[in-house]
Design a binder for this molecule. Sequence first.
Ligand code: C2E
Ligand code: MG
Ligand code: MG
Ligand code: MG
Length: 289
Amino acid sequence: AAKDGGRGRLHFYAPDLHSRAEERSRLEQDLRDAIAGNALELYYQPVVSTATEKIAGFEALLRWNHPVTGWMSPAKFIPIAEESGLIGLIGEWAIRTACADLARWPTDVRCAVNVSPLQFANPELPTIVSKALESAGVDPARLELEITESVFLNSDEDTDAMFAALKNVGVRLALDDFGTGYSSLGYLQKAPFDKIKIDQSFVRGATEEGSRNGAIIAAITSLAQALGMDTTAEGVETLDELDMVRMFGCSHIQGYIYERPLDAATATDRLRTGLTAVAQGPRSARAAR
Ligand code: C2E
Ligand code: MG
Ligand code: MG
Ligand code: MG
């Protein structure tokens, strides 16, 4: 295939593109059915406080059990929801569902919900959020909205106004996947974030010799601290990674080392039973146990 010229490649890819477009429109219809049939679910991944080693809150993550292909990753269906305009409905459902679940959890437990840039561009978002909080009877400070750097791509007065309106509602704001997009320190200066989420691509490999990722994590963490923001290290999978992000002072840790995303009932259960002991305590204490 490497020998193919431009024309050969065109022939090779054309049918592929066609079927991809077909698959996409089929998925779009399935997604409409899923919304109508309540087939979407929110899973909750514990976010652990470094200081207390207790569950500080959860990140709500969409799950879709597709009738034919089974569990499908949000990384695959969120883009379809965005392109088809379904993200508005799905996003509102996620916010309302997270608020309803928050109402059943202790008041010191928070929940984060991901917000698509398209939702962020909708002037109704603050109203949607405050109504969801109100009807669930939940303190706005317990809800955290996760926003990615892409909301700044075409930022203007409307972007600033949206940040102000959301802060006015009283929710917390987190900058998700920090460092993977068009990161600019200007965002941190302008927007009222309460937390920076350090993308898992920095955590991954950071413990390997010669990796620069550790230095980057340390720098982001001290910057966040100086600005009065929390930091969550995302995607922590190994004990070495856990020790490292602890050493660098990340205030929160999220990753398979503690828990994978859990269904609502199991998440609620974990609040009662606590985390499984595997990852708890500093390394020395763990070894002694
Ligand atoms: P995200 O917001 O960065 O979420 C973190 C992702 O990392 C989740 O993937 C989570 O399951 C995964 N993760 C957590 N810990 C680990 C770990 O230790 N190792 C590895 N390898 N992965 C880990 P997930 O659930 O597949 O979600 C993917 C993305 O889909 C999310 O990335 C978010 O951008 C988007 N998404 C999920 N739910 C929603 C939603 O309700 N609304 C919107 N707009 N986007 C959503
Ligand atoms: Mg997120
Ligand atoms: Mg993230
Ligand atoms: Mg992500």
